[in-house]
Design a binder for this molecule. Structure first.
Ligand SMILES: Cc1cc2nc3c(=O)[nH]c(=O)nc-3n(C[C@H](O)[C@H](O)[C@H](O)COP(=O)(O)O)c2cc1C
Ligand code: SF4
Length: 491
């Protein structure tokens, strides 16, 4: 079999065909044969957690569009996306999208900022989301909307889409090289870190004032909150021991609890990281990128530059520290977790299983269904360890036609409390509402993981589902993305 030549999900026809394929791959993924609609479906059951009643078991993951105005206010595209999130019928809106707590912490110059200049526009956007939800589903009962707070750390590009301005916690032998950081590139000082606490707290206070029910202290995807967890080689009070590596989280949570007492807290966590990947040099030609392969790490053992992995074998997950971090977060009062994996910047196949790579990625190193199974298994293990906490799972979009069948079976079996949808909601926002309403899936609208929504921002363009969302049809951005994909032989 040529690399990347995996069985296409849409060719599998029925749940029985899908299950045969799972069996061929040796994957024990739960999958129902038929779908149930509301009110009997497991997906329609409310989720009670932390004094919140979340009306059903679908979550919309945070997804930014690289499309806010330069001053951090939402643009028309941003508002449209949030309305789509509301229209989805999902009752948990996890953060809308990453909002930078300070301008220099933006991952791109068009990331949302929450401050006195932008708050009324962000409040209006939240209200529009709620109104859209009510109009589509008849009620906003059980709708819970949070805001994701972030600092982009190593992946800051606050001023220019093509200029990195990283803020790093420790020297990472692979990532420093990959992103061309000089050997003497400065580390954030403990003082730089402390200066961020109040930014998180003030953003959280403002979010509470605007009506968001929770904030997510983001700790995933290689951004700052996640980098702390792997800062094993950092000296001082924010590195080394797990106690030190969780100090950032603990200080911020304490500040938010003191200043915004009624506000709930969530945590989006990359449960496991693994070594960075790149296109396999042996299979990459001038004409085409190869499948993903791990960067060289033999000289770096024990590998002390990742979180949730085995130091002796950094291609294998080890969830013991992940569980320790969740226990710490639980003791701080966090009861709502959204579990993800890896980073879209250096091992995207972990974060977003896909058949077609983004332009800065690589062809899949494994059948993407294996990647989906990894997400499901990790969340299952965490849920088993912490039955009293609520877990949202990620990575479901690649399941396409069979997403609702797997979601329903996984929730029924208690593997996960709520099924998070990312890319699928960009392509086909109404999928949860259609499934819960007992309607047939609109197959033409299913995300086929073409990755244009990642390729575009990697080239300084707004993100969106160019292939399937008519809003972007024939736009200048769509023309550019098509040309970029041709140039790197992705279409
Ligand atoms: C365009 C785009 C933007 C994203 N932005 C964010 C973000 O702001 N915060 C975040 O935690 N994850 C972000 N993600 C990751 C998604 O939330 C989700 O974890 C990922 O797409 C996998 O879920 P899926 O298989 O349903 O797409 C983004 C993903 C995409 C495709
Ligand atoms: S561009 Fe559309 S079809 Fe492609 S991965 Fe993104 S949401 Fe899916």
């Amino acid at each position: 079999m040529k690399f990347g030549d995996f069985v296409k999900i849409k060719s599998l026809g029925t749940p029985a065909g899908f299950k045969e394929n799972l069996q061929r791959l040796g994957l024990a993924m739960p999958c129902d044969d038929t779908l149930e609609a509301a009110p009997v479906s497991p997906m329609a059951q409310p989720l009670e957690i932390d004094g919140l009643t979340i009306g059903n078991r679908y979550t919309v993951h945070p997804m930014e569009g690289w499309d806010a105005e330069a001053d951090g206010r939402p643009s028309e595209n941003t508002q449209r996306r949030w309305k789509n999130f509301g229209r989805s019928g999902a009752k948990l809106i996890w953060g809308g999208e990453a909002v930078a707590v300070r301008p220099d912490g933006r991952a791109n110059p068009n990331q949302l900022l929450l401050n006195e200049h932008t708050e009324s526009a962000i409040a209006a956007m939240r209200e529009a989301l709620v109104a859209e939800h009510s109009a589509a589903t008849g009620s906003d009962d059980g709708l819970v909307v949070g805001l994701q707070l972030t600092h982009s750390g190593r992946f800051c590009k606050p001023n220019d889409h093509h200029k990195q301005e990283p803020m790093i916690l420790y020297r990472h032998p692979i990532l420093d090289r990959k992103f061309k950081l000089a050997a003497d590139y400065p580390l954030m000082s403990d003082g730089d870190i402390r200066a961020l606490f109040d930014c998180y707290v003030q953003n959280a206070k403002r979010a509470a004032k605007l009506g968001f029910q929770f904030v997510d202290v983001k700790a995933c995807h290689g951004y700052l909150g996640h980098e702390f967890l792997s800062a094993k080689t950092r000296e001082g009070e924010f590195g080394g021991s797990l106690e030190n590596r969780t100090r950032f989280l603990r200080e911020i949570v304490a500040g938010i609890k003191a200043e915004a007492p009624g506000l709930k807290l969530g945590m989006r966590l990359s449960a496991a990281d693994l070594v960075p990947f790149r296109p396999d040099p042996a299979l990459t030609t001038a004409d085409a990128m190869g499948p993903g392969a791990p960067e060289e790490f033999a000289g770096l053992l024990p590998y002390r530059y990742g979180f949730g992995l085995k130091e002796s074998d950094p291609l294998a997950m080890d969830l013991s520290e992940t569980k320790a971090v969740i226990a710490i977060a639980r003791d701080l009062g966090i009861k709502l977790f959204n579990i993800t994996l890896g980073s879209p910047y250096y091992n995207p196949h972990l974060t977003r299983p896909a058949l077609y790579p983004p332009s800065d990625g690589y062809h899949p190193p494994e059948d993407p269904l294996i990647g989906v199974m990894r997400h499901l298994s990790v969340v299952r293990e965490l849920k088993q360890a912490f039955p009293e906490l609520a877990f949202v799972g990620s990575g479901y979009t690649y399941l396409q036609e069979f997403l609702p069948y797997v979601a329903q079976a996984a929730v029924r079996a208690g593997w996960v409390d709520s099924v998070g949808l990312g890319r699928m909601v960009l392509a086909y926002p109404e999928l949860p509402a259609d499934v819960l309403g007992g309607k047939a899936l609109q197959r033409k609208r299913l995300c086929r993981t073409f990755s244009d929504c990642t390729t575009a921002p990697r080239h300084g363009l707004v993100s969106g589902c160019y292939p399937l969302d008519g809003h972007y049809k024939k736009s200048a951005e769509m023309v550019k993305v098509t040309a970029i994909k041709k140039a790197v032989k992705l279409s």
